[in-house]
Design a protein around this ligand. Structure first.
Ligand code: GAL
Length: 423
């Protein structure tokens, strides 16, 4: 696992452990079970409530420590403050390589010390096991799998113009420009770095192919990062900017999701967490919206695995029991099924009956089994959130700049990656 020696978390913590030492003197009395997360969209709140109800059945009182969305960027910074000052919550939504980063600080409880994980190898797919283990130790609890490389189509608009789902980027731009000529907003996205980068991710997958995508965004292979394919990917990405509009600037993904489902735009690129609020609003898959792989990415599943870590505390027996119950609830078939139905994801367990899931989730489950899986770099599956944040800002700067060329942003990306990975 790449150690990000430059990340603020790593540097600050080293200073703290040298000087002040970690761990808080929590009083021994059991306190409500505080959980940091960023699920604040309508659909996410309903999914979180499923967790609250399942924990309540086991006498665990879920206490919100919620930081507003945009893929969790803000939440991680707030968590750093809390954890590094010795007052971490009981649990936090930490995923991907960040799990190892936090583990390197000695802050996480080993899951095997809380509950028996003997059956996990049988019920979770290897990509999930690999995602939540550090040196063969379970350090996080996996709950679901979102697909990121989806293109959502507004059924009403597509039917009105008798349009076919675009399979290639050429078909996408032809469809988008046709709709624009009819005065219909072809594509909606909020103007934030995280959303700009999410647009780029599907283009990078389609233009680089899965192998080179992984070499570039997981291995930080300099030759691939500075390749002509990467330059072409950025040029194609920039073509999407023609669909940006002033009112989109600064809008979160909730706004884009609402615009799309209210028939104000024909298409939307977003992970399938976006379905959650549509379900809450009574919208139905294949009736109000359709889901297709982003152009050029059919046969590829860009995954985002949500997981929670447990923070070491001065463990009283009660606290340890509560953390064990939290873990056992999250991995239970009942919770994993109920949660994903509302969240728009598929369960992290692949041994569950998915009847009752909508057609987009069923397609996601089938594609997860058969497709080439790649870690979503915009959802912190490929790099630490620090590295991802730096790259996201650069990608967004290019997308919104009138001067930066594709050649220049690729050159800057190469320099950034070298700095982020220097020992
Ligand atoms: C992701 C998270 C998803 C979803 C999304 C939007 O990072 O893993 O569960 O909530 O952010 O907030």
């Amino acid at each position: 696992m790449k150690k990000n020696m430059l990340s603020p978390l790593y540097l600050t913590a080293n200073l703290l452990t040298l000087g002040l030492g970690l761990g808080s003197c929590n009083n021994a009395m059991a306190t409500p079970f505080e959980v940091l997360h960023w699920w604040t969209d309508q659909g996410e709140l309903h999914a979180k409530q499923v967790l609250v109800e399942h924990l309540k059945v086991n006498n665990i009182e879920f206490e919100d420590f919620a930081i507003v969305g945009e893929g969790g960027g803000g939440a991680i910074h707030v968590l750093q403050m809390r954890a590094l000052s010795g007052t971490p919550p009981e649990a936090a939504q930490i995923k991907g390589p960040d799990i190892a980063e936090w583990n390197n600080l000695g802050m996480l409880a080993e899951i095997d010390k809380l509950t028996d994980t003997g059956s996990w190898q049988q019920v979770f797919p290897q990509v999930v096991i690999d995602d939540v283990t550090v040196d063969q130790q379970y350090m996080a609890v996996p709950i679901n799998i979102h697909r990121v490389n989806w293109l959502w189509l507004n059924t009403k608009i597509f039917k009105q113009f008798a349009l076919a789902p675009p399979q290639t980027w050429k078909e996408f731009f032809t469809t988008a420009d046709f709709l624009a000529s009819k005065g219909v907003k072809p594509l909606v996205f909020g103007g934030t770095p995280w959303q700009d980068a999410l647009l780029f991710e599907s283009i990078a997958i389609s233009e680089l192919g899965t192998e080179k995508y992984i070499q570039a965004f997981v291995d930080f292979n300099h030759d691939v990062i500075s390749s002509s394919e990467m330059i072409n990917a950025f040029k194609l990405f920039k073509k999407l900017h023609r669909y940006a509009s002033p009112e989109q600037q600064g809008q979160g993904w909730f706004w884009a999701s609402e615009s799309f489902i209210n028939n104000q735009a024909a298409m939307l690129f977003m992970g399938d967490w976006v379905k959650g609020s549509w379900t809450v609003a009574g919208k139905k898959a294949m009736q109000d919206y359709q889901c297709i792989p982003a152009p050029g990415t059919k046969g590829v599943f860009s995954y985002n695995i949500d997981s929670f870590v447990l923070f070491k505390k001065l463990h009283s027996v009660v606290e340890q029991r509560n953390q064990a119950i939290f873990v056992e609830t999250l991995v239970s078939p009942e919770f994993q099924t109920d949660f994903s139905k509302v969240k728009g994801s598929i369960p992290a367990r692949t041994d569950l009956d998915l009847s009752g899931f909508d057609d987009c989730s069923l397609q996601s489950a089938a594609d997860f089994k058969s497709n080439v899986k790649v870690p979503s770099f915009t959802q912190n599956m490929a790099t630490s959130s620090h590295q991802q944040g730096q790259m996201t800002q650069l990608i967004s700067n290019y997308f919104n700049s009138d001067t930066l060329t594709a050649e220049e942003v690729v050159q800057q990306l190469g320099v950034m990656v070298k700095a982020l990975t220097s020992k």
